[in-house]
Design a protein around this ligand. Structure first.
Ligand code: ARG
Length: 275
């Protein structure tokens, strides 16, 4: 009997070696679910560059919070899936999706034709545009005034794109930062003359950093309207459908408006909610 138990133990050990435990990121293995008890839903890893208040940022406890987090949590609930947010630097965020390290991205990502070639986007959930931040005493009045000035942007954002288009690819006066707050800090320190970034983030920063003595300069003629979308890996039609279903539901039942009001203190303009 002891011998047979030993053999069984060896067989088990051998099996254990051949079949290593699933990686931490794989769905948790569980006993086969009965018909009455469906298998637990997979938890999708959501990448977000959490240095983008009030959309996605870390609170004092280090938790990822903000408009995007509230929105996607609500969308997931209505769409019937589960999410877990993972702070993901902007510069690697699209690669992380392409390589399957993240299943979803929500990071105030502007839907662009170029990005659509490498990922799929949900229906738009937020209207945005570029906005210029300068020191209170700056003479800058329009985007064109930045042609020869030192301008800070977050690398690889739509702000980077418009400034690169204005100044040219080889311009040495474009200062690229890994986050938008770092670019704004550099403006405060006098290292750049202006920062171009998404309006919501610039407005939030200016309002919460009175000591920086910034003002904003809007130039609707120079900046095309932008819309944020939730991204999934190209071809992940099933998850995209769940996201769009959830998004439509939260827009229809007032949840979207409530999250908007919680974040910005006002109701969204009619166009934004129906976009
Ligand atoms: N909307 C801009 C873009 O898509 C900037 C987004 C940056 N997001 C962030 N969480 N840092 O390029």
């Amino acid at each position: 009997k002891v011998a047979s138990m030993l053999v069984a133990g060896l067989v088990l050990a051998a099996c254990g070696k051949k079949e290593p435990a699933p990686a931490a990121s794989a769905p948790v293995a569980s006993a086969p679910a009965s018909a009455a008890e469906p298998a637990p839903a997979k938890v999708y890893a959501v990448g977000t560059d959490a240095a983008y208040a009030p959309f996605e940022f870390q609170n004092e406890k280090g938790e990822i919070v903000g408009f995007s987090v509230d929105l996607l949590n609500a969308v997931a609930e209505k769409g019937g899936f589960k999410v877990k947010f993972v702070n993901t630097p902007w510069e690697g965020i699209f690669n992380a999706l392409g390589q399957g390290d993240r299943d979803v991205l929500i990071s105030s990502i502007t839907i662009t034709d170029e990005r659509k070639q490498t990922m799929d986007f949900s229906d738009p959930y937020f209207d945005a545009n570029q906005l210029i931040a300068v020191k209170e005493n700056s003479k800058v009045a329009k985007f064109d005034d930045l042609k020869k000035l030192k301008v800070g942007v977050q690398t690889g954002t739509t702000g980077d794109e418009v400034v690169t288009k204005l100044q040219g690819k080889t311009a040495t006066t474009i200062k690229r930062f890994e986050s938008t707050p770092l670019a704004l800090k550099e403006l405060e320190a006098g290292g750049v003359d202006a920062v171009v970034a998404d309006n919501g983030v610039v407005i939030h920063y200016v309002a919460n950093n009175a000591g920086a003595k910034f003002k904003t300069v809007s130039d609707t003629k120079s900046f095309a309207p932008e819309q944020y979308g939730i991204a999934v890996k190209k071809g992940n039609a099933e998850l995209l459908a769940q996201i769009n279903k959830g998004l439509a539901a939260v827009k229809a039942d007032g949840t979207y408006n409530a999250i908007y009001k919680k974040t910005f203190g006002t109701e969204p303009a009619a166009a934004a909610a129906s976009a």
